[in-house]
Design a protein around this ligand. Structure first.
Ligand code: 2YH
Length: 277
């Protein structure tokens, strides 16, 4: 699991408007729009609800401790979307207590293993890995103008790839799995076999051969150079929640508008929307 660094996130806040426009031009929807699409929620109805939805973002000192700018950046993303969000004045247990005492609707907090949103009224939990997979799969659906019946290669069979695969199956895509650990792909295929379309999942054992055969790719690995430049075709569409990104700078230029990648924004948007009733 990748632990975010301050250098990964410290320009997110100042670039949110630019990123929102970029996302709009690539998918036809804003950050909020993609998050609503991923959660099956109506954007106009959501807009009305979120301004009164109060989220405390609680710093966590456990494990490797505070990441400078992490809570501030999460809060800025939430405020940009229209939520009533703030960084808690207190960390850890005291911050959680303060959120309850102040009647916040939700908390967001992360340690070294999990980044979660907790709805304090409904007890629902939004897990960053799960929601990120779901949101980037929904974004691929938008970029493809409908992913139904399309072959999609999911690179990485961890929690993000698993959630993405479930969403892609629910959208009617034909999912293929690829992971450097073949057993991870096999176990995931087994888990997904109970979902509609899950019995048709293919495991691709050789990533480079696979890349030549797919126009739609979900890059959900924590590795660099998973999609080498020479395997980027002119029609390939890629959504990439993986950190670090598995595509070179040159590869990003080749893909241009056919690549959607970020380290925090879409995941946080999806978590927040899935917390709202
Ligand atoms: O980056 C992380 C973990 N790798 C969780 C990722 C889940 N997809 N955690 C952030 C830690 C934040 C820190 N405790 C803080 O500043 O509060």
């Amino acid at each position: 699991m990748t632990r975010l660094k301050t250098s990964d996130i410290n320009d997110i806040s100042s670039r949110l408007e630019i990123y929102n426009q970029e996302v709009l031009s690539k998918t036809g929807r804003t950050l909020l729009g993609i998050a609503c699409h991923a959660c099956g929620k109506d954007e106009i109805q959501m807009r009305r609800q979120i301004e009164s939805f109060c989220i405390h973002v609680v710093p966590v000192t456990a494990g490797q401790g505070i990441i400078t700018d992490f809570c501030e950046t999460v809060t800025t993303i939430l405020q940009f979307l229209g939520f009533n969000a703030r960084v808690s004045d207190l960390p850890d247990t005291s911050g959680v207590a303060l959120a309850f005492e102040n009647k916040a609707d939700a908390i967001m907090m992360a340690d070294d293993r999990r980044f979660v949103g907790l709805n304090l009224n409904t007890r629902s939990v939004a897990d960053n890995s799960e929601v990120t997979g779901r949101v980037f799969a929904a974004a691929l659906d938008l970029m493809a103008k409908g992913i139904e019946n399309c072959k999609v290669l999911v690179l990485g069979c961890g929690p993000v790839g698993e959630a993405a695969s479930k969403t892609l199956l629910s959208l009617g895509a034909r999912v293929s799995l690829c992971d450097t650990h073949l057993l991870s792909a096999r176990f995931l295929k087994e888990r997904l076999s109970v979902y509609p379309g899950g019995n048709k999942i293919i495991i691709e054992e050789d990533i480079n051969t696979a890349l030549s055969n797919y126009g739609y790719v979900m890059e959900a690995t924590p590795s660099v150079n998973t999609i080498p430049d020479e395997f980027i075709s002119d029609h390939m569409l890629v959504t990439a929640p993986g950190v670090p990104l598995g595509i070179s700078k040159n590869g990003c230029q080749i893909l241009g508008n056919r690549l959607l990648h970020d380290k925090l924004e879409l995941g946080v948007a999806g978590m927040a929307i899935s917390l709202v009733l």
